[in-house]
Ligand binder design. Structure first.
Ligand code: ADP
Ligand code: MG
Length: 861
């Protein structure tokens, strides 16, 4: 009797863990066949058992093994989305969130109401949603609204190996949320998915998980990849080297004519004839560092191996190139124009596009070690055959660019099979390393570099630098070649250089300012940020810098003894958040911009400041006309567009008051004009604007307007995409708002009498830098050179250049930024006030302005 009872209890316990129901999914047979090939399918049972028995599970598997697309489906089938909670999946990249949700919906034969996505500006989530893909930032915002994330029964943190800042924070937070949920009888699971096996930061971190979570490894059916190192490591012209290597591969190495069965099914599903998969296999994937490099290599390849598209695969881009490609089979030397870095539009933003290479196409260079490698090449016989056809490559090359700013329709092309009879060649940036798996790649060309944003923690100067990748990244890249058959990876660097690479890439959190994170965490009532269970903690310096900035923005309360940051440090960085800080935290933008929004409810400025902030946070709103062109005709067309774009910027900058708003007025004018012009692709193209950016700005304006209305109900901003230009008085107010947010980014022009060194001519002095900084020639204020300006950021290219410059008036500074000023006694009037950061300035104001409240000073006319 007793035994039976205990057995029953056991059974019950098991039943509790077991899914209540098995939810059938009606997949198409073709899809099912492709799924069955994926390595994670073999581990389904083990994965699901581990999930059932543990609060948190770490899942490691090679890119392409099926983690992202399959694990949410396992959970769905096991009933995790049917017991009142949904399955949430976070991705560090927007592209991945969107494309993965579509893919899973297709595989499950479910509408996108059920498998949905949410990114910063858009989504298709409904109340029927069961699986939700989102960016990590979106989930972080949701935690602020509902700390227990009651909506979710499972949260999957995908691409954890990328160590993006939000992913790290989410893991830290979820390590607390999950046990809390389970204690409250609301069971919840956490699955951390990573492409590399290096997960000790998550599992061995006692601060995170007291009992280390189990790690499940998915053995990918990875084919052997032969890695070939270069003998020499080209230091500058690695794009030229990449180009030459691709040419060689294409001429000498065969396409895989044996179709992979899964490809056949996949492609027949996509309604291509089976014959079209014959050429899929020998695909080439090239890793470069930036957009401009990608375009330049694409262009050279298209010229070298012209491909005339047939109807089926035509699109505007290819047609353009198709026209050109009538010319030369045998290439002539073409020297590309040097790209001027001395131009704003060439300034890289985020995944920038600095491309200094100006090389000569020589396809038959000596010194490469390819021939040597061919000796042990398994396809050596065929190679010889192909080599004979060297000067007449019969197989056209279907060249596609891939980078994160590329329009989504263009991005999606890499998943489709190349046109019949052509070989696929994808020229990509880092995005192809882990987030997207391109089918049919056999050859990988790896330049060994990546473009990364670097911040100087002390000065806040950021710059894009091309640096060596880590060994883990290099191996990831090589792995892309062995997905469907044995492959080859050509590294454009020597094995000695590889040996010097760091083993793993650094976590992003250690490389960037953390003020936004600290504010978000304070809003979650995590006062002692130093004690937070970061998988990798940011440096103490970075945390102090963030806390200082937030105090000066008055988002945090001042520590008892102001100015003594040593005290602050010892107190464990525990300044509590202020009401202003809470308002700021509600805006999905960094604290400096959030402050502008929090104060913007004056003189009818809100709609304008929302627009300015939206435009400042969107990447590259202007089209870049500085990429290397080809023909003379093309060059002159490009020059014409460039001139037109510059002219439009001058128009948008306006005159008088509005000119003083500087580059921010240009942004405002561009958005305003674009909205009045209907915000069409044509309008954007004609006026030098990037259409995708303008749509993003529009969406962000909507989102910020909602956030503003939610935070201060009396603000009542009415969202109208069209916006009348601001009045003079409003522009004056906008400049003050900008100053209030960018207070630590003040710069003062060096006066003639201070000019000691000619390098300071027309230069500005900033609080933290010893070096001169400049207003960029393409800035609206380049000729005006106001005495005081604030800037959005400093980018270092050929010089230190300020981006996003706006003129401010000296007398606003003591009123708005008393924290940055030292005041003399009130009796010495008119008091010279001394701003230690920017130098001595005469001020005819009384220092009674020492404390100002929330309101800006009334506008002076
Ligand atoms: P992982 O997350 O482990 O890197 P994924 O689940 O992303 O793997 O990919 C599994 C497989 O699904 C890959 O072979 C990939 O090529 C395929 N796949 C993913 N997205 C698409 C898509 N949009 N169209 C066709 N195949 C896709
Ligand atoms: Mg994945």
């Amino acid at each position: 009797e007793e035994e039976k009872k205990s057995e029953n209890v056991e059974m019950q316990k098991k039943d509790e863990c077991k899914p209540a129901v098995f939810i059938p999914v009606d997949r198409l047979p073709e899809i099912q066949a492709v799924r069955l090939q994926l390595p994670v399918l073999a581990e389904e049972q083990m994965i699901m058992e581990a999930v059932r028995e543990n609060e948190c599970v770490v899942l490691c598997g090679e890119t392409g093994s099926g983690k992202t697309t399959q694990v949410p489906q396992f959970l769905y089938e096991a009933g995790y989305a049917s017991a009142g909670g949904i399955i949430g999946v976070t991705e560090p990249r927007r592209v991945a969130a969107i494309s993965m949700s579509h893919r899973v919906a297709t595989e499950m034969n479910l509408p996108d109401r059920v498998v949905s996505y949410q990114i910063r500006y858009e989504g298709n989530v409904t109340e029927n949603t069961k699986i939700k893909f989102m960016t990590d930032g979106v989930l972080l915002k949701e935690i602020q609204k509902d700390f227990l994330l009651k909506k979710y029964s499972v949260v999957i943190i995908d691409e954890a190996h990328e160590r993006s800042v939000y992913t790290d924070i989410l893991i830290g937070l979820l390590s607390r949320i999950v046990p809390l949920r389970n204690k409250k009888g609301l069971p919840m699971k956490l699955i951390i998915m990573s492409a590399t096996l290096r997960v000790e930061d998550f599992t061995e971190n006692k601060k995170l998980f007291r009992t280390p979570p189990p790690v499940i490894k998915v053995e990918a059916r990875q084919f052997a990849v032969t890695v070939h190192f270069n003998k020499r490591t080209p230091l500058d012209d690695y794009t030229g080297e990449a180009f030459r290597k691709i040419c060689k591969i294409h001429r000498m190495l065969p396409t895989g004519l044996k179709p992979n069965p899964s490809c056949v099914i996949l492609y027949s599903l996509l309604q291509y004839s089976v014959s079209s998969c014959l050429c899929v296999a020998g695909g080439i994937l090239v890793f470069l560092t930036g957009q401009a490099e990608v375009h330049s290599v694409c262009r050279r390849l298209r010229k070298a191996f012209p491909y005339r598209p047939n109807r089926e695969h035509t699109d505007s881009m290819e047609t353009e190139d198709g026209k050109k490609s009538k010319r030369t089979r045998k290439k002539k030397n073409v020297s590309l124009p040097k790209i001027s870095l001395d131009n704003y539009s060439a300034l890289p933003v985020d995944e920038g596009d600095e491309d200094r290479q100006a090389g000569i196409d020589e396809e038959d260079d000596e010194g490469s070690d390819l021939e040597l490698e061919l000796g042990d090449h398994p396809d050596a016989g065929q190679v010889a055959l192909c080599a004979e056809e060297k000067s007449d490559p019969s197989i056209p090359l279907y060249v596609l660019p891939l980078y994160s700013l590329l329009a989504p329709e263009q991005q999606a092309k890499v998943f489709r099979p190349p046109p019949p009879g052509a070989r696929l060649c994808v020229v990509a940036t880092n995005v192809a390393e882990t987030s997207l798996t391109i089918p049919g790649i056999k050859y990988v060309v790896d330049c060994g570099r990546v473009k990364m944003r670097f911040y100087d923690r002390v000065t806040g100067v950021s710059s894009f630098k091309v640096t060596w990748i880590s060994q883990a990244s290099a191996n990831q890249r090589a792995g892309r070649a062995g997905r469907t058959e044995p492959g080859h990876c050509y590294r454009l660097y020597s094995s000695a250089v590889f040996g010097d690479f760091s083993l793993f890439s650094e976590a992003e959190i250690t490389r960037r300012p953390v003020d936004d994170l600290v504010l978000q965490m304070k809003d979650l009532n995590i006062e002692k940020v130093v004690n937070f269970p970061f998988p990798t903690a940011p440096s103490g310096d970075a945390l102090i810098a963030a806390e200082k900035l937030l105090i000066s923005l008055r988002a945090l309360e001042e520590p008892p003894r102001r100015g003594r940051f040593g005290e602050l440090e010892r107190a464990g960085l525990s300044c509590p958040i202020t009401p202003l800080g809470r308002a700021m935290a509600a805006f999905p933008v960094s604290p400096r911009y959030a402050k502008m929004l929090a104060l913007g409810r004056q003189h009818g400025c809100m709609a304008y400041i929302i627009t300015i902030v939206a435009a400042m946070t969107v990447r590259e709103i202007f089209l870049n006309y500085d990429r290397p062109a080809g023909s003379e005709e093309e060059n002159s067309k490009m020059a014409g567009k460039k001139a037109r774009s510059a002219q439009m910027r001058r128009v948008w900058a306006g005159q008088g008051q509005s000119l003083l708003l500087g580059d921010l007025m240009v942004l405002l004018g561009a958005v305003g004009a674009c909205e009045f012009g209907g915000c069409t692709p044509q309008f954007c193209e004609d006026n030098g604007l990037r259409f995708k950016a303008m749509l993003e700005i529009r969406r962000l304006r909507g989102q910020l307007t909602n956030a503003v209305n939610a935070v201060c109900s009396e603000a009542g901003v009415y969202l109208d995409n069209k916006l009348a230009p601001p009045t003079e008085a409003q522009v004056l107010c906008l400049r003050q708002l900008v100053l209030a947010g960018l207070g630590d980014h003040v710069a003062r022009r060096v006066q003639a009498e201070e000019l000691l060194d000619p390098k300071w001519r027309n230069a500005y002095k900033t609080p933290l830098l010893d070096d001169p900084v400049f207003i960029h020639p393409s800035s609206a204020l380049h000729k005006t050179l106001p005495e005081f300006v604030v800037y959005q950021e400093i980018m270092e290219t050929t010089k230190m250049y300020m981006r996003g410059v706006c003129a401010v008036q000296a007398e606003w500074i003591p009123k708005l930024l008393p924290e940055y000023c030292h005041f003399s006694a009130p009796e010495e009037n008119p008091a010279p006030w001394f701003c230690p950061l920017i130098g001595r300035v005469r001020c005819h104001q009384q220092s009674t302005f020492y404390r100002v409240g929330w309101k800006l000073p009334s506008i002076e006319m």
